[in-house]
Design a protein. Structure first.
Length: 196
């Protein structure tokens, strides 16, 4: 009887230790799964978020980039920004072609919105360095001006003439009706179509 009690105690001790070991193993596995899930999310975020390498060219004329849509002129609603951002983000993920939309209240100290857009795109590093495939759209509502600047890789397809036609035919007619979002969206969709 005493021998059986000792065996039972030994068995209980082993089971008790196994339970602790099992708990430790389960906790370890749970931590690994959480860690892997966190890394997968980080990787997914890195894959799905377009990168605009801010070159840091010091120029007080330019604000720092916020993202794909930089509505400093407060022209768009939040839902409009979200919709346009999704269009541009998806396009970037499919093609690596980067488009940035900027609204501003002034182009000072610049006199020409086209030069402003070109220098802003260069300062922000819009487009990939290898392909130079960026496109920067700048709208200055108070100035009543819009500029589209293309990287040298983009310019091979979207020439200045094509950009001017899109501005004249798709954007300005909407702007005349104070439909700035509709004009920008229409222009962006036409630019994407022509860029194919």
């Amino acid at each position: 009887m005493k021998k059986e009690k000792n065996k039972l105690k030994l068995l209980m001790s082993v089971l008790y230790k196994m339970k602790i070991s099992t708990k430790i193993v389960l906790i370890f596995l749970a931590l690994n799964v959480c860690s892997c899930k966190g890394n997968a999310q980080d990787t997914e975020t890195k894959k799905s978020t377009p990168k605009y390498e801010y070159l840091g060219i010091e120029n007080s004329a330019f604000p720092k980039p916020i993202g794909i849509i930089n509505d400093y002129g407060q022209v768009f609603t939040e839902s409009q920004q979200a919709e346009l951002s999704k269009i541009l983000h998806d396009y970037d993920m499919e093609t690596t072609r980067q488009v940035v939309v900027v609204t501003i209240d002034s182009i000072k100290p610049y006199q020409n919105i086209q030069k402003y857009a070109t220098n802003l795109g260069q300062s922000w590093g819009v487009g990939t360095a290898e392909k130079n495939n960026g496109l920067t759209i700048v709208l200055c509502k108070p100035c009543r001006e819009i500029g589209i600047a293309t990287g040298t890789g983009t310019e091979l397809i979207l020439t200045d003439q094509i950009c001017k036609e899109i501005i004249d035919e798709k954007m300005i007619p909407e702007f005349k009706n104070e439909a700035f979002y509709a004009g920008i969206k229409s222009g962006v969709l036409q630019l994407i179509k022509k860029w194919e």
